[in-house]
Design a protein around this ligand. Structure first.
Ligand code: PBG
Length: 321
């Protein structure tokens, strides 16, 4: 036999020499839920070890993030009150805006990403403003743009629209540029599928739709080519980074996007993916560290550079070991 692939697997040192894909600390983004109120650090029941923090408790979470060498956080807000138009999302004193300002005071170099959407802030839980019981795309755009601008003003380095309205990247790019925020990036949730894997997140953020579902704006998971259309449009509208979400069941999509476009790709390892692994690990059914590192390496192998994951703190500890 001339060719024996096993020769290259013979020792750990040899495997390390030829390995193709690594996870780096700079790949990781840690999502954080901030909630209105005081002295709150409460665990999300369906997401073991993930907490909602009031801003006075946030510093301790960020200390750990920075200590571990993670370079970026992604904020989600849970406001005290919700209304029809989701005004908490674009209030300069909104919960995420407060968290961004404090974060930039404490850790100016930590990259802050603000999720831009209305669903955590609307009384009906939909990602846009309603008209006749339906989400009105074009009336939602200015509200999303205002939310992005107020997060940029608060100090966000990156705004990340997750609503799936058509044309929102352009609306956001325009308002940012008109107000002197040319250097604020847009990380677009360009390819966001309507997925059962967001369940625990909606628990955490109290953002489940009060009626119906999100299928009229989030993508149909039966489609792959449509993902390329979404990415193309968002690049043309000025997106700097493209996200595919969820990650695990969508690695074919990550690969297609990566093969087709020259732009950094983020994969969002979503709440349901996190909770499945945690549940299995807590039951002793899976080796948590091995399963998580394997999954995250697979996301990178498929073509993602940035990995948004609730496992980020653990992954950082594991890579350092
Ligand atoms: C807001 C938003 C959601 C997630 C990120 N931004 C929820 C949804 O679309 O219902 C999901 C993240 C996760 O499941 O971890 N639109």
């Amino acid at each position: 036999m001339l060719i024996r692939p096993r020769r290259r697997r013979i020792t750990k040192q040899m495997r390390d020499l030829v390995h193709e894909t690594s996870i780096d600390l700079t790949d990781l983004v840690y999502p954080i839920f901030v909630i209105e109120g005081k002295n709150i650090k409460e665990m999300v029941p369906s997401m073991p070890n993930i907490f909602r923090y009031s801003v006075d408790m946030l510093k301790q979470a960020l200390d750990e993030v920075v200590e571990l060498g993670i370079g970026a956080v992604l904020y989600f807000g849970i406001p005290a009150c919700k209304d029809e138009t989701g005004s908490g999302a674009y209030s300069d004193s909104g919960i995420v805006q407060q968290a961004i300002r404090l974060t930039k005071q404490w850790y100016p170099d930590l990259l802050v990403i603000a999720d831009i959407c209305l669903c955590e802030y609307t009384s009906h839980g939909h990602c846009g403003t309603l008209e006749g019981g339906k989400v009105n795309n074009d009336k939602t755009l200015p509200l999303l743009a205002k939310a992005a601008l107020s997060c940029a003003k608060a100090g966000a380095d990156i705004v990340a629209p997750s609503d799936m309205m058509d044309g929102r990247v352009l609306a956001i790019r325009n308002i940012l540029d008109e107000n002197g925020y040319q250097n604020t990036l847009i990380m677009s949730y360009a390819v966001k599928y309507s997925s059962a894997f967001y369940g625990p997140f909606r628990d955490a953020a109290g953002s489940a739709p009060a009626f119906g579902d999100r299928k009229s704006y989030q993508m149909d998971f039966r489609n792959r080519k449509e993902a390329l259309v979404e990415v193309q449009l968002d690049i043309e509208e000025g997106a700097d980074i493209i996200m595919v979400k969820p990650a695990l069941a969508y690695l074919d999509i990550v690969k297609s996007v990566s093969d087709t476009f020259c732009i950094p790709i983020a994969a969002y390892n979503v709440s349901g993916e996190y909770s499945m692994v945690k549940a299995a690990a807590e039951n002793g059914w899976l080796d948590e560290k091995a399963a998580v590192l394997e999954s995250i390496t697979a996301m990178k192998r498929a073509g993602a550079k940035i990995i948004i994951t609730y496992h980020a703190l653990d992954v950082a500890k594991w890579i350092k070991q």
